[in-house]
Design a protein around this ligand. Structure first.
Ligand code: PBG
Length: 331
């Protein structure tokens, strides 16, 4: 028989396919996002994120233990306070919800790597990521006065025991401000993972329900990025690296693989990506209808992000992915 092209010998056996894989996946790259709220004795399921919950601090144990058992050793914490105000004061309160959660988890599970989300939107009554000013007759987020509060938040989280802080607010100059504040407090070993490349995205919809953080007026387009732009993503990343970011986050993940690759090539720091709430919700919804195979889609999305250049993948599917890696389905 005459071959019309070279035979694909390297695809013929499973062992060989695995031997020549270009992308390797390990559970140590996974981060699980978790929501903690004020109160006691409660776990609320998040409607638009089936299988995901908000926990009061006394109720987190089972989930943390489940994660550690599955091989997921990193979580990102989001705090949801009962009391929200104009200046987001619970974000940097010493006994705030996130500070208490960090202290509790780090004391009881020191092996769990705890990353704290640094942002005001879960803590402000207006749901914006910074302070509001009346500039030129309309309300807008005031970049510079917000920096001090973000720095205070990051320092209070690190003092509570957070292993890493992750500013997601998108104010200009906040990485430099946070680095300076951490260093001034002796927290020189606390790394910063900057959500440098965060697009104004409708994929965050379910998260805003989970955190009660939908803006009460306007939207986030004045401080989050326009999804028509790729080079701007690289620019944001480079600026944050210069200010001292240790890791750059691209967010969302699946619809932004090109940006992950660009940032990977343009910087010399690890790239993280966050497969956000809307991505999870879409897969869950289609799977519930029997229209797609949930596990395969989840695996394919994760591997695509790693293939694009991510070293860290944050996902609501962290546990399930760790199980797929352990079973050898991916990895
Ligand atoms: C802001 C923040 C958001 C998410 C993570 N951090 C929401 C937003 O910018 O509106 C979204 C995460 C997700 O959708 O899963 N603190």
């Amino acid at each position: 028989m005459e071959l019309i092209s070279r035979p694909r010998r390297l695809r013929t056996t499973p062992g060989l396919r695995k031997m020549v894989r270009e992308t390797r996946v390990d559970a140590s790259s996974l981060v699980y996002p978790m929501f903690v709220m004020d109160g006691t004795g409660k776990t609320d399921e998040i409607k638009a994120l089936p299988g995901q919950y908000r926990y009061t601090v006394d109720m987190v144990d089972a989930k943390i233990e489940e994660m550690l058992k599955a091989g997921v050793n990193s979580i990102m914490l989001f705090g949801i306070p009962d009391h929200k105000d104009e200046v987001g004061s619970q974000a940097y309160a010493e006994d705030g919800i996130i500070q208490r959660a960090i202290r509790y988890i780090k004391e009881k599970y020191p092996e769990m790597y705890v990353i704290a989300d640094v942002c005001l939107c879960e803590y402000t009554s207006h749901g914006h990521c910074g302070l509001i000013c009346e500039c030129g007759g309309h309300h807008d987020v005031d970049n510079d006065s917000t920096l001090e509060l973000l720095s205070k938040t990051a320092v209070s989280q690190a003092l509570a025991g957070a292993d890493m802080v992750a500013p997601s607010d998108m104010m200009d100059g906040r990485v430099g401000a946070i680095r300076e504040a951490l260093d001034a407090n002796g927290l020189t070993n606390t790394p910063i993972m900057s959500y440098a490349v965060k697009y104004a995205s409708s994929f965050y919809g379910p998260f805003r329900e989970a955190a009660g953080s939908a803006p009460s007026f306007g939207d986030r387009r004045s401080y989050q990025m326009d999804y028509h732009n790729r080079r701007e993503g690289v620019k944001e990343a480079l600026l944050d690296v210069e200010e001292g970011a240790d890791i750059i986050m691209v967010k969302p993940a699946t619809a932004y693989l090109d940006v992950i690759r660009e940032v990977y090539e343009a910087t010399d720091v690890p790239v993280a990506t966050y497969s956000v709430s809307g991505e999870y919700a879409m897969v869950k919804a289609a799977a519930a209808q029997g229209w797609i195979d949930e596990k395969s889609i989840m695996c394919e999305m994760a591997v695509a992000a790693f293939r694009a250049g991510a070293s860290i993948y944050e996902t609501y599917y962290a546990k399930e992915l760790a199980e797929c890696i352990r079973e050898g389905r991916i990895g």
